[in-house]
Design a protein around this ligand. Sequence first.
Ligand SMILES: CC(C)(COP(=O)(O)OP(=O)(O)OC[C@H]1O[C@@H](n2cnc3c(N)ncnc32)[C@H](O)[C@@H]1OP(=O)(O)O)[C@@H](O)C(=O)NCCC(=O)NCCS
Length: 188
Amino acid sequence: MTTGTLAGANDRLPADVTIEPMAPGDRPAVDALVERCFGPERRGRTANLLRGTSAPVPGLAFVAVARGALVGAIRCHPVAWQAPFARPRPLLLLGPMVTAPERRGQGIGLALLARVVAELDAQALDCALIGDAPYYGRFGWSADVTQEWELPGPVERHRLLLRARHPALYGGRAKLMAAAQAGLPAAA
Ligand SMILES: CC(C)(COP(=O)(O)OP(=O)(O)OC[C@H]1O[C@@H](n2cnc3c(N)ncnc32)[C@H](O)[C@@H]1OP(=O)(O)O)[C@@H](O)C(=O)NCCC(=O)NCCS
């Protein structure tokens, strides 16, 4: 794992920015920032279908705050992964992850990601996401075992990434779906 990247992530954070746990009251500001970064068309996207109506997982959701204003956010949602003829297993889906356009390139995204990765490691949790491999690859996400996964919507295969303690367990054909669809809890 790229511990060097992790360790350096907070060093780059601008002095006016703090990373804090996401509180329920942050939700309207987070939603507004996500809408600003992705636009309204995000609602039909595959990652959104996977998240469904689930709540962010407590302890795996953080915000970046600068002088009282929200400038970044990250969270994980519960989803389900199911191999053929097997029971669905809980998995995490990271995202959406956003940095306010005027604060990009300052290390806020990496600091948010480092916080989540530290928690994933501390709790020994596996996590999938749909995103850019060059960005997330530094933290151990890869498309190596996700190529035969079936999702509820379209996905660019090279952007379907997994970070797992034992990636081989996720190889081959499988379905990734909303937790509720698999009968798994959609809230912790
Ligand atoms: C992706 C995003 C969160 C990155 O936030 P950020 O605060 O600008 O990220 P950082 O400043 O921490 O980036 C650090 C590094 O990652 C690089 N980087 C940023 N986006 C990248 C991408 N999509 N692919 C590869 N590298 C990327 C930066 O160039 C920078 O490189 P450096 O460390 O060599 O200087 C931000 O661009 C964003 O909100 N984008 C729109 C929403 C989105 O696409 N979210 C991700 C999918 S859920």
